[in-house]
Write a protein that binds this ligand. Sequence first.
Ligand code: ADP
Length: 323
Amino acid sequence: VTKIGVLTSGGDSPGMNAAVRAVVRTGNYHGLEVYGIMRGYSGMIEDDIFQMDSRSVANIIQRGGTILKTARSKDFFEPEGRAKAYENLKKRGINGLVIIGGDGSFRGAQKFSNEFDIPCIGLPGTIDKDIAGSDFTIGFDTAVNTAVEAIDKIRDTADAHDRLFIVEVMGRDAGYIALHSGIATGAENILIPETKTDIEELISSLTEKEKRKKLVNLIVVAEGDEYGGANEVAEIIKKRLPNADTRVCILGHIQRGGSPTCLDRLIASRMGYHAVECLLNGRFNVMVGILNNKMNYIPLDNAIKAKQKISEDWLKIVKILAS
Ligand code: ADP
């Protein structure tokens, strides 16, 4: 591998810039030419590719979003689209790729590396933390801290008015943002897609708390929860507890933005560095993860299929601490 391309794809996440910076600088350190590819696979197909050096990634480690922009590319699902992308890499002599994105982006990378002789390395860039084989994904820590900050503020106003607040956080079909932010803000209930919620139990716990004059209640709901989100949960609760002053807050896209936390900058830098090392050492078509504070390389295949499981321990802790 002598010339490598780097791109960010799918949903953006804070810390992607730190990863791009690490790839570019590590590549340059080893004497590789590094090319930035704009807007994920779209830029690869449309030939929006430019050479980068250490200076082109100056002053970005602290910035959210991604300087390479990101996109979802319909054309990359088609063999013709991928063939065009390959031609554009080939004419520049690019013979290695680093893809920073989620499981969809890895699926694309896996297809591409099967069809053409260009090794691909995936870095888990997603706020959802829904990738197996890594304790961390780039952007999760920032997103969850943003959620915690927002929920703390909601609790203040909930407390002032004795309100029941139902807060919806992101995570697609994963409940990690809800679980972590819910525990960290002392939420009374946390609804996540990984576990079934017994709505009767939820209602009776709220009724019981009402009796104990515990008037402030905070319920954190993952957007992918079985009931379909905070509005839907609120409808059920309003019907059953018409006296409660129930409000909904959907945090939305603030969870994607903002300056990455120290942790996200660190893991992005570490993963970016090791992505280049993988390409240099012939460790191809893997996702670079961190497991138990060690680098973990898993075939892109497995990064795609497996989902993380929420540990039973956490679920027990939620129940006990929210009483
Ligand atoms: P994420 O990477 O955040 O999960 P997406 O699921 O939207 O985001 O995937 C990002 C892009 O990866 C898609 O727009 C598409 O270009 C490419 N991609 C995803 N799945 C496939 C696939 N099965 N075959 C080819 N390309 C794919």
